[in-house]
Design a protein around this ligand. Sequence first.
Ligand code: ATP
Ligand code: MG
Length: 295
Amino acid sequence: MVTGKKSSNNLGKVLPFSLSQVGGGKIIAVTSGKGGVGKTNISANMALTWAMEGHKVLAVDCDLGLANMDLILGVIPNYTLKDVLFSDMPVEDAISQTPMGVDLLPAAAGEEDLANLGSEKHTNFAQILKTLRQHYDYIVLDTGAGVHSNVTQIASIADFVLLVTTVEPTALSSAYAMIKILGTQKEKNPIGVVLNMVSSGREGLSAWQALTSLTRRFLNSEPEYFGHIYQDSSVPKAVQKTYPLVKIYPRSPSARCLQATAAKIRIALGKQKLRGGMVTARGAEGHGREVIRWS
Ligand SMILES: Nc1ncnc2c1ncn2[C@@H]1O[C@H](COP(=O)(O)OP(=O)(O)OP(=O)(O)O)[C@@H](O)[C@H]1O
Ligand SMILES: [Mg+2]
């Protein structure tokens, strides 16, 4: 672990913005209906995968109630998003360069006031992200779970929403609810789905088919499938070691899946294939037309 630098008097070293004006990076929100489905693990490792490919990446811990991206990325932050939003700290002072090659804007864990941001602070936060995107290729937002407005508002700031679910009926139902709510928002951001903790690719694909048979029928929409990630003991092992999966077990089944998902998203964003609103997954095979009930 390294301690995030106190940066106000050392800004050039901590955050060389002037050297990296890449402009107009993509903002990706990683979210879920149900908690504990793997958002933080996916966000941190996806951010890291892109950074390892040479992109400039910022991970933002938006799970304002249960922040823990700092643990996975190996930093003990001095300052957090709370200081930016409530104490007018310049955002660059709260960003840490992690030893992993990703910059991190951490959140303060267990802050009730942060977990329930009002609309004014949300607007402020959206503004901050718009400024930050000028300095990064990708900004990955790790959000909390659930359909409450805090999470959906954060998701609405993004260019693309990656919805994480498992094959569990409760997770799929919550994912459906999330797609429904995101579809009612003013900003209709493209949504992609990733199936985490699957025992096989077939299991992931059939869960996605079950989900999209409902979204097609009742929401007239079909989020794109961005693949599956295997249930893999390497994930908790990496968490235990407070070291990111794709660094410590890069050849594990889950890391390979994560890298494939990250590549697919990067390519989709690069081609600007993702349209506003829901994305139709023409590439996915064997869509079931029937409504599959999972609860
Ligand atoms: N593919 C996987 N295989 C095995 N375990 C996994 C996998 N993905 C995540 N986990 C484990 O599941 C637990 C939850 O993961 P994580 O914290 O990333 O979920 P989350 O969606 O961010 O949770 P929360 O909603 O609380 O923020 C962790 O213990 C993690 O190690
Ligand atoms: Mg999390």
